[in-house]
Design a protein around this ligand. Sequence first.
Ligand code: FE2
Length: 311
Amino acid sequence: MGLEVIPINGFIGAEIRGADLARLDDAMFKVLHDALVQYEVLVIRDQKAMTLDHQMAFGARFGPLSIHPFSPNMEDKPEVILLDYSADHPAARTDIWHADETFRPNPPIVTILRARIIPERGGDTCFSSMTAAYRGLSERMKQHIHGLECQHDFKPWRNLFEGSPALRAKLRELEDEFPNPWHPVVRVHPVSGRRAIYVNRQFSVRIKGLKSDESAALLEFLYAQAAVPEYQLRVKWQPDTVVLWDNRSLLHYAPHDYYPQRRSMERVTVTGDIPIGVTGEYTPETVAGNGMVNPTEAPKKPPKRHFERTA
Ligand SMILES: [Fe+2]
């Protein structure tokens, strides 16, 4: 049986039917890769047969797997993060719109998450297309953010290194290892060529060349775009649901609405490339996205209203 790619929302997301990730071949991977670039997040249900090795092999087809520098990794498979939250172990700070690990010079390009244990209620993951968000801006705003750069930092983890001189020394080491990168505010997707707003509340710090209040106001405006429902997809998990997302053009948010129930997932990420922005003089984007965002042109002949038809 062939793979089916079924778009979910107007601007974001597709469900894949007929896939068995335990028996992935080149042709199937090509369909999944291309669908991911187009729809940015893929939902694949009922992958009971998929083992961790299969999941890692799937990720490795996109590129070398990456190892998270702060999060506790699986002992014998450091490329895997076990996100296992329960009454004794409340969820980490994932209830904030972010792309994974943008404090790195080359943040991961893809994240593959597999659900093992799902709470009875809650525990969804929300996604927001930053390519759609970019297309939704006015031309004047696109010109305004054209060519800007933003600094990123591993700020949510800084408080792990407070409290003792040894921890503070470790923090200095990590600061040397992960010097704050400057990423473009508008990233060009290396495969699709689409432009995406590339800042996020979890890791972005300040925009180069702006005063701090100007930077803060512009970042707040750009962060707020992730909250526009038209750009979003909300995934309801079941055990053995696999979701992969394109970390280059998408933000995600995991609501903390399931504590003290248990939610257990396995995460694999793929090493990325250095984000490239738009360069040179501003020109409008020419690559088409999914659907039309906020059409501004009124139809040539507006439909007659009821009282006009009966007059
Ligand atoms: Fe994340």
